[in-house]
Design a protein around this ligand. Sequence first.
Ligand SMILES: [Zn+2]
Length: 269
Amino acid sequence: MPEGPEVHDLADRLTRLLQDEMLDDVWFRDPALQRRRRLLTGQRVAGIVARGKALLIAVENGWTLYTHGHLFGFWRIVDDRDGLTSDTPPRVRLGCARGVAALYAAPSVALWRTDELDRQPYLAKLGPDVLDPAVDAAVFEAALVDPVIARRGLAVLLLEQSFAAGMGNYLRSEVLFEARLSPYRTPGDLDAPQRTRLAHALIDVPRRAYRAKQRGALPPGKEYLARIPGGFRFAVFEREGTACPRCGAVIVNVRIASRRLYWCRGCQH
Ligand SMILES: [Zn+2]
């Protein structure tokens, strides 16, 4: 499943295709959406953003296409419709003079008025986004002392979009490793330096993963990434049985909250 860095990178790629372009080809597989395609057809694209793992494409008449890829959704970007060679038709196809973007297999596609997006059920529940430049470590340091959050296990909490939007399974393992914390801890039993480490890891790790996807000039509005060092590789995720890069102990794989979690018992306490 794509996590925040992947969805933000996708938003950047769709921005390069669609931003300020007029949509001259709009098609939905869902008949009810297809009947409303004129809300987008002929409209100029005003902006494309990722929020958590949702992708929003706004057009200038005040409507927004909401999509969430969930486990299997993916976009393809091609020069023209003939390039869409998949056996199954896409859920959504958006074309402009520069090319075509098509969304496949995504369970959530909807049209919303842009000024009513805060009522969209997924977006309404989102907490601070780890890739929002306006969000910093202090936001998460404050959240970690909230009495309700303080009781949650870290391994579960770090997947909850209401706590930290854009987090996901590989980021969970890597954030806990960076913060040198056991997945079995709770915020309530961390001391202040540990909370600070976790809050900074929640900001730093996703941004390094996102930064590593940038090639060439940074996208408009993403200049904050220039301060973030390049390069990102998994320290523990999918490295079961190998030596921890920090302490040399063997990395283990456990299942917590039905998802794989990789960690080092040698240096995460
Ligand atoms: Zn270690």
